[in-house]
Design a protein around this ligand. Structure first.
Ligand SMILES: [Zn+2]
Ligand SMILES: [Zn+2]
Length: 42
């Protein structure tokens, strides 16, 4: 059995909620936030 354990790539844990949509990815109109492009953080 292959027990190769490669170091897991750990993405940055600290993400910053978008200051425009508050992390929802949607703006006040329910559209994709143009500031974070729907990611919810920037
Ligand atoms: Zn933002
Ligand atoms: Zn946003």
């Amino acid at each position: 059995m292959n027990t190769d354990q490669r170091p897991a790539y750990v993405p940055p844990v600290e993400t910053y909620q978008c200051c425009h949509c508050g992390g929802t990815g949607l703006d006040s109109y329910g559209e994709t936030c143009g500031h974070c492009e729907g990611l919810g953080f920037c």
